[in-house]
Design a protein around this ligand. Structure first.
Ligand code: ATP
Length: 363
């Protein structure tokens, strides 16, 4: 439905915001662009919308190369972070605005605005101006305006970022249901990995103008392709510990761990085993897949309990060992005392092995 090929954007002054980027987004997909500040998410979205001209490369929407077309002829609707509503127009006129631009007669515009407003529970607010609405209501008006003219795709730039934490969760569920119902291809930018995991069918994790990984939420969460993706995805960051292979074992932060016997991933798995003696690796395991023992374990990372953070139904425990920090999530009430020694033990099959920052296997 939307594809970009070799897309590069160099801003005046030399900032390379997009670097030979390729991406394919399917019909009806809810697709997230995720990444740290400055990685090029907004530039990519604006280039798809036609608000930025790429330095090189192309944008194809619905089989048509639109690279040279102005935004108004791309048949996509963009919702901006600040909603960009017209303050002097009431809700009806704001929703109907894109139809007015398309010269739809007034009666049909108002009927369509009323229909979309009904769907988004805005009917009672139709006569108000944006200044008389809450942030959540303004966001729904911006969505309604995007929906009004039946675009082929929605492009959302951080649509939830101006809402407070509770409203944000409500709006997230609302957005998910709406996209399910309408089935319109949607690309949305976020720097919030929780939002991307919760909403998207697929996620592109971006790093410095490039795509580090494209996958379903489960793929990027359970099999992050690089240490960059591994450290970016997850509500608590993945433990990433340097180690080496030798003597038929993995030696990581004082622990001796079994080398993966039958690693999934074929070539990648063999790559992990090929390291032989002295092969340097990075060992990754999520705190949620790390158990704590208060008795010595050779297959555990020893450390002093340095921090306890309450997560509600669980506690995040930080162990400080010689030259490393390791975190584990333990059920509430099971946390060890501060200052005591404990061993963080990765669950078998849950660890990931990286060589030169690229995933090579599971342990
Ligand atoms: P954020 O999450 O902070 O919004 P982002 O991932 O959306 O970040 P972009 O806004 O796409 O990042 O910016 C990518 C890079 O391009 C940044 O280094 C930014 O400073 C630069 N940039 C963006 N717009 C311009 C511009 N008009 N002129 C010059 N540099 C720009």
């Amino acid at each position: 439905m939307i594809s970009v090929h070799g897309l590069t954007k160099v801003f005046p002054g030399g900032v390379r915001a997009l670097d030979s980027l390729d991406l394919e987004i399917g019909e009806g997909e809810f697709f997230a662009l995720l990444g740290p500040s400055g990685c090029g998410k907004t530039t990519l979205l604006r280039t798809i919308a036609g608000l930025e001209t790429p330095t090189s490369g192309s944008v194809v929407i619905g089989g048509t190369d639109v690279t040279a077309l102005p935004p108004g002829r791309r048949d996509v609707a963009m919702v901006f972070q600040d909603y960009a509503l017209f303050p002097h127009m009431d809700v009806t006129d704001n929703i109907a605005y894109p139809l007015r631009i398309r010269k739809v007669p007034r009666a049909r515009r108002r009927a369509r605005a009323a229909e979309v407003a009904d769907r988004l529970s805005l009917t009672e607010l139709l006569g108000r101006r944006p200044g008389q609405l809450s942030g959540g209501q303004q966001q729904r008006v911006a969505l309604a305006r995007a929906i009004a003219c039946h675009p082929r795709a929605f492009l959302f730039d951080e649509p939830l970022s101006n809402l407070d934490a509770r409203l944000r969760l409500e709006a997230r569920t609302f957005l998910k249901r709406l996209q399910d119902e309408l089935g319109v291809t949607t690309v949305f930018v976020t720097h919030d990995q929780g939002e991307a995991l919760a909403l998207a069918h697929r996620i592109a994790v971006m790093d410095a103008g490039r795509v580090a990984q494209v996958g379903t939420p489960a793929e990027v969460f359970h099999r992050p392709a690089t240490t960059f993706v591994a450290s970016f995805i997850g509500s608590t960051p993945m433990n990433l510990l340097p180690g080496r292979m030798g003597d038929g074992a993995l030696h990581v932060a004082g622990a001796v761990l079994p080398v993966p016997g039958d690693p999934p991933g074929g070539e990648a798995g063999r790559g992990a085993g090929d390291g032989g003696d002295g092969g340097e690796i990075v060992y990754g395991v999520r705190p949620e897949y790390t158990d704590l023992s208060t008795t010595r374990r050779d297959d555990g990372f020893a450390g002093e309990v340095a921090v306890l953070e309450n997560l509600g139904t669980a506690t995040l425990v930080t162990l400080e060992g010689p030259g490393h920090l390791v975190q584990a999530v333990v059920p509430e009430g099971r946390e060890p005392a501060l200052g005591t020694t404990a061993w963080a033990v990765p669950r078998p099959g849950r660890a990931l092995l990286y060589r030169d920052d690229v995933l090579v296997g599971r342990a």
